[in-house]
Design a protein around this ligand. Structure first.
Ligand code: NDP
Length: 469
């Protein structure tokens, strides 16, 4: 009898199964397409105790009770399909853990439906890609604490280990785990886009080669910007295509794909009324990139006249570093605000500093700055967007001139900076006591009698702005 079952042997499932087995647990695996199970056992399993099954009944029967089954299948309908296939063979008290990028509302529904059948369910965010899954991912399990206790030991062992402990914690009730993973991905989109924007400025304005940009990225990675995404970016800059000998990054089509988690983050932020412009603009940037044909056509119709400026390259690089730090900070701040609001609305009971702690290792957004963010949150856990702290304000104000300069410079050279600019505008909005929303309220009241409030007296007002007949 094996201790853990795992369904779904694509990249994530294979690596996670190996990781679990290498920590000393016996694992049964199953994949819809049997051939993949066979290949996995033949090609990747060496001394690990992993057994493959080709029908779901014998897979379930191979597991110790209460059974613990991890799903690593495509998010959406496949998860429901697999649950339906499993149900006839499961018993009360068995546990299903969905480790895919499921939409949090689907997870809430599944938890409820399975609870009625006596089956426990955890929605667990897994971050770190295939290497993370194999060597130690960041794990974000949510659901009932009872379900978590059943697999806590395994999860803590397979997670990435840092000096502040394993990158796994019980995130919270219900779909808290998948919610946090969704926002993690929203932040990931924003940081990736911000890095791409500074790359664009370096190649188009400073005329740097990928090698030179790689050197700058590596230098940044040794400082405050130290992070997984910075590290892979400098490695990408240096990577040469074997066939052509050219830098591979220069040969890659500029159409960024997406699987939905970034979009869900923005949609949810809009639903909950929390401003996340940098996260949303990162999704928009990917959508814009997809209109390659139109972009190419239109670029031929616009005559671009570039300013004749002599730039101090070292200064521009320093400003770009600051601008990126500013954008990374504000992207995290927006994401954390969203998680905080969701935690209240959906009663997740999420501990935000703990979330930052488990993002420190294994995951795609692991970064040095997380320590600073945790320090700010630990001073005041109700500082939901991190801005209400002298440390945050001083950190951002130190970089304000840089991000202003960089975004202005980019515009002069016709370079879009959706995330850098929106990070700056987010900050400027949040530190502005007098926004022009008074005019919007007046316009709403003018055409739709939507009413408004006043600054000089209490009450709700409506004005006949002009006679309607
Ligand atoms: P995919 O998302 O590409 O999913 C492929 C797996 O799902 C295969 O095992 C496939 O089986 C199975 N599957 C698809 N449809 C069905 C179905 N209807 N019934 C049963 N099984 C089905 O694999 P990944 O390994 O990339 O990701 C797994 C999960 O982890 C996804 O939810 C993904 O979003 C998430 N994730 C992925 C990361 C990554 O870096 N790739 C990082 C973090 C999370 P078959 O072989 O038969 O087609």
């Amino acid at each position: 009898m094996n201790e853990i079952g795992l369904i779904g042997l694509a990249v994530m499932g294979q690596n996670l199964a190996l990781n679990i087995a290498r920590k000393g647990y016996s694992v049964s695996v199953f994949n819809r397409t049997s051939e993949k199970t066979k290949e996995f056992l033949e090609e990747r399993v060496k001394n690990e105790k992993i057994e493959g099954y080709h029908d779901i009944k014998s897979f379930v029967e191979s597991l110790k009770k209460p059974r613990k089954i991890i799903l690593m299948v495509k998010a959406g309908k496949p998860v429901d399909d697999v649950i339906q296939e499993l149900l006839p063979y499961l018993e009360k008290g068995d546990l299903i853990i969905d480790g895919g990028n499921s939409y949090f509302k689907d997870t809430s529904r599944r938890i409820k439906e399975l609870k009625e059948k006596g089956i426990l369910y955890l929605g667990m965010g897994v971050s770190g890609g295939e290497a993370g899954a194999l060597h130690g991912p960041s794990l974000m399990p949510g659901g009932s604490i009872e379900a978590y206790e059943m697999v806590k030991d395994v999860l803590l062992k397979i997670a990435a280990q840092t000096e502040s402990g394993p990158c796994c914690t019980y995130v919270g009730n219900d779909s808290a785990g998948h919610f946090v993973k969704m926002v993690h991905n929203g932040i990931e989109y924003a940081i990736m886009q911000a890095i791409s924007e500074v790359y664009d400025i370096m190649r188009k304005i400073l005329k740097f080669s990928p090698e030179e940009i790689g050197d700058v990225f590596e230098r940044w990675n040794n400082g405050e910007l130290n992070s997984f995404l910075m590290e892979i970016s400098f490695k990408i800059m240096r990577y040469k295509d074997e066939e052509t000998g050219k830098h591979l990054v220069d040969l890659i089509l500029d159409e960024a794909e997406q699987k939905g988690t970034g979009k869900w983050t923005s949609q949810t932020a809009l639903d909950l009324g929390i401003p996340t412009p940098s996260l949303s603009l990162a999704v928009e940037a990917r959508s814009l990139s997809f209109f390659k044909e139109d972009r190419v056509k239109l670029s031929g119709k616009v005559k671009k006249t570039y300013p004749d400026v002599k730039l101090d390259k070292e200064k521009v690089i320093k400003d770009l570093e600051n601008a990126l730090l500013f954008s990374v900070f504000t992207s995290f701040s927006q994401g954390l605000w969203l998680i905080h609001e969701a935690s209240k609305t959906f009663e997740y009971n999420i501990d935000l500093p703990e979330v930052l702690r488990i993002w420190k290792g294994g995951c795609i957004i692991r970064a040095k700055i997380l320590d600073f963010l945790r320090e700010i949150l630990n001073e005041n856990k109700e500082n939901v967007n991190l801005l209400d702290s002298d440390k945050s304000i001083s950190f951002l104000m130190d970089k304000l001139d840089s991000i202003r300069y960089v975004t202005n410079l980019a515009k002069e050279f016709y370079i879009p900076t959706l995330v850098l600019s929106s990070s700056l505008d987010y900050f400027l909005s949040m530190v502005e006591g007098n926004l022009p929303a008074n005019l919007i309220q007046a316009q709403r009241d003018f055409f739709g009698a939507h009413t408004y409030r006043r600054i000089d007296k209490e009450g709700i007002f409506h004005t006949e702005w002009e006679p309607i007949d």
